[in-house]
Design a protein around this ligand. Sequence first.
Ligand SMILES: Nc1ncnc2c1ncn2[C@@H]1O[C@H](COP(=O)(O)OP(=O)(O)OP(=O)(O)O)[C@@H](O)[C@H]1O
Length: 257
Amino acid sequence: MVHSIVAENVSKYFTLRYHRTFKEVTVAKLRGQQTGDTFKAIDDVSFTVEQGESIGLMGLNGSGKSTLLKMINGVMRPDEGSVLTRGRIAGLIATGAGFHPQLTGRENLYLNAAILGMTEREIARKFDDIVEFAELGRTLDGPVGHYSSGQKARLGFAIAVHVDSDIFLADEVLAVGDKPFKVKCMARMREIRDSGRTLFYVSHSAASVKKMCDRVIVLEQGKLAFDGATADGIRFLEYGAANDEDEVADEEIGNDV
Ligand SMILES: Nc1ncnc2c1ncn2[C@@H]1O[C@H](COP(=O)(O)OP(=O)(O)OP(=O)(O)O)[C@@H](O)[C@H]1O
């Protein structure tokens, strides 16, 4: 077994500030009021992922999933503990992050692919496939600042899936895409999983996690609340309500893949 991701006693603190200006802070201090609050967004989380595992990272809004993914990706560092990863990491962790709004989609494609570690030759070789995957049509030559969130996600995801990575991170890629694009993304993520790469997939959708992942990690207020088999994880989250409307839509997407 080869370790792909090792997180050891990872904690991350954030400060929530109640005031936006110096004046407000000064007034609050003079009145003896609290000006902010520091809290643990990730609280002493440890787990090991082997190469080729596909993990569904689940939990309520604000439970710390994106923060954990950012630390795996390396864009954020833990305040305590460590996150070690093996190999190249690619994926979509924040829709549109890293795109330059004044540059066109085509220009951003070159820039983003280079930032993700692709060589010029590699970009030239994969360019048409990326463009075809993104299906942006003439929008590709318009500035990314004018793109809808779905269009940004299309471009970002299309680039990310074409990077030869060992670890693929996906944070709610399916949240903003339309149905045909979601189906395409799911199919591509399954290919990534089946090619033996490590998949770390953040989702609120039980159906897609069931189809995609063999292990589930659940965060609750920054703490690791569950780590185990997918079916047990979903049961743990009590996402099984069959008459839930979202869940029904969710199953539809799942069935199409
Ligand atoms: N840069 C930041 N500064 C201060 N607080 C932050 C920052 N980033 C995230 N937080 C807070 O940390 C907590 C965890 O946020 P995070 O985005 O990781 O949650 P999440 O599980 O991904 O949520 P969601 O399901 O809504 O995407 C939240 O309370 C959020 O408000």
